[in-house]
Design a protein. Structure first.
Length: 398
C-alpha cells in the first residue's frame, strides 16, 4: 500500500474530520445491529437492507445528509467484507471504532481516479464534499481503484492507495540466511551481522517521562490534557516512523541478497499477551504485583523490536522464500559440533560450547542453527535407541 502525506487547509481539515465522524457512526451502527443476533431472533440486516436504512436515516438527519453518501455506503461495504472475512477465519472479529483512534474513510470507484499532478513534488485529490486536497509526492502514484484517507493520533493526515507492490525477485545465488530475533539485538543474521531497530534516544526518553508525568496531573477532558496527549502522540509517531523505515530497509535488503530466509516460528501475539494474575500465597485474595510488571517490560521489548512486522514484510516482499524453523533449543546448541546444554550460553551475548570450546556471539550462533534448519529434539542430543538386530533362527538339526 502506497501512502502519501496529505496537507489539507484548515477548513478542509474540519470537513475531513466530519466525514470521519459520519463514517465511524455508520460503521458502529452496523456493528450494533450485527451484535444483536441471537438464535431466537431472525438474521441481522445485510448490506442491501442497511443501505436502505441509511437512505432513510439521511432523509431524517441533516447531519448525515451533509456528508457524502458514497463515503457512508462504503463504510457499510467495508463492514460487510470484514464480517465475511471473520466468518471465513482469515481475520479477527470486527471491532468498534473510536474517536481519535480510528479516524478515516475510503473512496472507491471513479472518484478515486480524480488525481491531478501539480508539480514534481505535489499533487491533489478531489475528495467528495471537501474539494481538492494537496498531498506530497514522495513516490510514483500507483494505478489503484481506491484510496483511504486517515488521521493518526499526532494529527497527521495520510492518503493511502490500495495497490499491492510487486514482490522482489530472488537473486538466484542459492544463499540461505538465518534470522534470530531478540531484545538486545533486534535481528542477528547467520552471516554475523547484528541489526538494531532504532528506539527512543536519551533525550526523547527523558521527554517521554516528563510528558507522562504531566499527563497524570492533567484533568481528563481539559485543553491541557489534550495538548499533552498530542505531544505524546507526536513523540511516539516519530519513533514508529523510524521503526517502519528500518523494517522496510532491512526486509528489502534481505529479500535482495538471499534466496531463502529462515526465521524462528514464533507466535508473537501469544508471547505479548497480558499474563494471568498469580495468587499471592501469603495474602489470600490478592495477587503478586511484580509478575505483570516484569511481563510488561518483556512485551515492550518485543514490540519495540518489531518481531512480527519484520517477518510480515519479508513474507510480502519474498513470497515463498521465507521458511519458519522450530526455535526450540537453537540458542543452546553449538552450531559446530551440535552439542546442546544450557551451560553453553554463558550470558545473553556470549556462547561457549562446553564440548568443543567454540565461542561466538550467542545470537549469531542461534542464527546459524536457524539457517541450517535443524530440528533440535528435546533429548539434549542423546542419540535414539537402536533396537539390537536379531539373528535369524536356524532350524534345529534332527
Amino acid at each position: 500500500m502506497s501512502r502519501f502525506r496529505l496537507y489539507p487547509a484548515p477548513p478542509q481539515e474540519v470537513a475531513l474530520l466530519e466525514q470521519c465522524r459520519q463514517a465511524r457512526y455508520v460503521w458502529n451502527l452496523a456493528i450494533e445491529q450485527w451484535s444483536m443476533w441471537s438464535r431466537d431472533k431472525g438474521p441481522t440486516p445485510g448490506y442491501c437492507e442497511q443501505a436502505r436504512q441509511l437512505t432513510e436515516a439521511r432523509a431524517a438527519s441533516a447531519w448525515l445528509r451533509a456528508g457524502a453518501q458514497t463515503v457512508q455506503q462504503q463504510a457499510l461495504r467495508d463492514f460487510n467484507q470484514a464480517a465475511r472475512n471473520y466468518y471465513s477465519g482469515t481475520h479477527r472479529r470486527p471491532t468498534w471504532r473510536k474517536a481519535g483512534l480510528n479516524e478515516g474513510f475510503r473512496i472507491v470507484g471513479a472518484q478515486a481516479s480524480r488525481i491531478v499532478r501539480l508539480s514534481r513534488k505535489w499533487a491533489q485529490a478531489l475528495v467528495p464534499k471537501v474539494g481538492w486536497v494537496r498531498f506530497r509526492l514522495s513516490r510514483a502514484i500507483p494505478d489503484a481503484k481506491s484510496y483511504r484517507i486517515t488521521r493518526d493520533r499526532a494529527g497527521r493526515w495520510h492518503l493511502a492507495f490500495a495497490a499491492v507492490p510487486q514482490p522482489i525477485p530472488a537473486p538466484g545465488s542459492g544463499e540461505v540466511v538465518g534470522v534470530d530475533r531478540g531484545i538486545a539485538v533486534s535481528a542477528a543474521l547467520s552471516t554475523g551481522e547484528l541489526l538494531s531497530c532504532p528506539r527512543f534516544s536519551h533525550r526523547e526518553h527523558e521527554r517521554l517521562i516528563r510528558l507522562e508525568r504531566r499527563l497524570r496531573r492533567c484533568r481528563r477532558g481539559s485543553n491541557r490534557h489534550g495538548r499533552v496527549r498530542t505531544a505524546l502522540a507526536k513523540l511516539h509517531a516519530r519513533a514508529a516512523d523510524r521503526r517502519k523505515d528500518w523494517i522496510e530497509k532491512c526486509s528489502t535488503d534481505l529479500a535482495q541478497r538471499f534466496d531463502v530466509i529462515r526465521v524462528e516460528d514464533l507466535r508473537v501475539a501469544q508471547m505479548t499477551r497480558r499474563p494471568r494474575p498469580k495468587p499471592d500465597p501469603e495474602r489470600p485474595g490478592r495477587y503478586l504485583p511484580n509478575r505483570r510488571r516484569a511481563k510488561a517490560g518483556l512485551n515492550r521489548g518485543i514490540l519495540a523490536n518489531a518481531w512480527a512486522a519484520l517477518v510480515g514484510r519479508l513474507e510480502q516482499k519474498a513470497p515463498g522464500r521465507v521458511e519458519k524453523v522450530n526455535p526450540a533449543y537453537t540458542s543452546q546448541t553449538c552450531s559446530v559440533c551440535g552439542h546442546r546444554a544450557p551451560d553453553n550460553r554463558e550470558s545473553q551475548a556470549v556462547f561457549r560450547c562446553a564440548a568443543c570450546g567454540y565461542q561466538a556471539n550467542a545470537d549469531v550462533n542461534a542464527a546459524v542453527n536457524i539457517a541450517a534448519g535443524r530440528a533440535v529434539s528435546a533429548r539434549r542430543g542423546v542419540p535414539p535407541r537402536v533396537p539390537p538386530k536379531r539373528e535369524p533362527q536356524r532350524a534345529a538339526s534332527g
